[in-house]
Design a protein around this ligand. Structure first.
Ligand code: AMP
Ligand code: GLY
Length: 429
């Protein structure tokens, strides 16, 4: 099968590698120059053509931007088979207010919230919250439009900045304010053809920029999979109570949704609650989950895209730790244009258990090699029999890569290793 993947990040690189593993040929548009250099043994290329000018059996849309601009509708209008919702379904991610109202209609558990366009009523609502404050821009902000705090004064300041258009321009003028939920967070992604739904194994994403979950929210600084702390019963509950009811609302609104339903969840004392929905594969969760998939992803996605999803994905028992290497200053103002150095020639890769996925990289006409080109630069993904081994191998690979003021979190997967070791100890007792 010839597959066109739309996007340019590590997620799209990982999707391409997963497809190519099962002998599919893949073109990534626009891709990035790292994708062209890595995994030369696989049938992966990049193209600068617009997706509407590419011939392929299946189109898979990576990022939320093109989805919310209606790329799937356009391609479907040309008779193409597309995995990714139309503009209508993509609102689940492109407007937090729309999403919250869908959750309400489907009786899906989530944080108490209010939506505001005016400062005074927003401030009054803040005053009704006790344990903490969460302020979100309504529009897309690449995972960075959310401010979480326990301090009323900081909440008020953030609210003001957003509503005056200082911090997020127009996207910030409409806000959702939520109560703060507490618990462990995890991401459950499910593939759907609009009627049937199959979950992928869950992953845990590290959202904050610095170790110990400190610093600003980012698109994601790393992930591990499977999520060691969720059992099958809770996962069934998540599907039944938090994800499947969405399809009922879509049906009533005549939305034919074919793509990923990504539920960002908080496992609270009162049960799982939705933090957010995304309408595409998570980045970096995808780089943690797909190496564990034994089924041909292209076949699953083709079924979903053509409205006939019957196959169940099979996952092996390995563990993956994925670590993002980001530019200094990410997420606010990343320092760009720095040369990236690799110790061995690790860009000419054979797909193995430690993989390198390229994201914000570019070429420079005056110099050979690759240069940093956006906040999240590279994604190192390591899959082994245990989290301990996977984590060690991932950090070992990172020690072979450098660029000026390269940043990464040093605690990705730490909690998974701790839980794994507790489980092993309790088996020995
Ligand atoms: P979102 O873009 O809505 O997923 O929010 C980004 C991150 O902010 C989430 O992954 C959580 O870590 C945090 N967050 C968002 N909403 C809440 C909430 N109501 N309570 C606690 N944390 C939240
Ligand atoms: N890692 C979070 C996201 O993809 O939105």
């Amino acid at each position: 099968m010839k597959i066109c993947v739309v996007g340019s990040g590590a997620r799209e690189h990982c999707l391409a590698v997963s497809f190519a593993k099962f002998s599919n040929s893949v073109v990534v548009t626009p891709g990035n120059p790292g994708i062209d250099e890595a995994y030369k043994s696989l049938q992966i290329s990049t193209s600068t053509l617009d997706p509407t000018d590419i011939e392929a059996d299946l189109f898979v849309i990576g990022p939320e931007g093109p989805l919310s601009e209606g790329i799937s509708d356009k391609l479907r209008g040309q008779g193409k088979i597309v995995f990714g919702p139309g503009k209508d379904g993509a609102q689940l991610e492109s407007s937090k207010i729309w999403m919250k109202n869908v959750l309400k209609e489907a009786s899906i558990p989530t944080a108490r919230f209010g939506e505001f366009k005016e400062f005074e009523p927003a401030k009054d609502f803040l005053n009704t919250l006790k344990d903490g404050y969460v302020i979100k821009t309504d529009g897309l902000a690449a995972g960075k439009g959310v401010f979480v705090t326990r301090q009323f004064d900081s909440a008020l300041r953030d609210l003001k900045d957003k509503m005056e258009g200082k911090s997020f321009g127009q996207a910030g003028r409409k806000v959702v304010i939520e109560e703060l939920m507490e618990g462990r967070e995890l991401s459950v992604m499910a593939l759907t053809d609009g009627k049937n739904i199959v979950p992928l194994t869950p992953a845990v994403d590290a959202k904050r920029c610095f170790d110990n979950d400190e610093g600003p929210n980012t698109g994601g600084m790393g992930a591990f999979s499977p999520a060691e702390f969720i059992d099958d019963r809770t996962l069934d509950l998540v599907l039944e109570k938090c994800i499947e009811p969405i399809l009922g609302v879509f049906k009533s609104r005549d939305i034919n949704y074919r793509g990923v339903l990504y539920a960002g969840l908080m496992l609270t004392n009162e049960g799982p609650k939705i933090v957010e929905f995304n309408v595409r594969f998570g980045d970096p969760e995808t780089q943690a989950i797909l190496p564990l998939l034994d089924t041909d992803l292209a076949s699953l996605i083709y079924q979903a895209a053509s409205g006939k999803l019957t196959e169940e994905p099979k996952f092996n028992r390995n563990k993956t730790v994925n670590i993002v290497l980001s530019a200094h200053g990410y997420p606010d103002s990343p320092q760009l244009g720095d040369k990236i150095y690799f110790d061995d020639d690790i860009t000419d890769l054979e797909p193995g258990d430690v993989k390198l996925y390229f994201a914000g990289v570019a070429k420079n006409p005056d110099d050979e090699g690759l240069f940093t080109n956006s906040g999240r630069v590279l994604s190192v993904s390591s899959t082994k029999g245990t989290f301990k081994e996977a984590r060690e191998a991932a950090y070992d690979q990172i020690s072979k890569i450098s660029f000026d003021k390269m940043h990464f979190r040093s605690d990705i997967g730490k909690v998974a290793v701790e839980i794994e070791s507790q489980k092993q100890n309790s088996k020995l007792l």
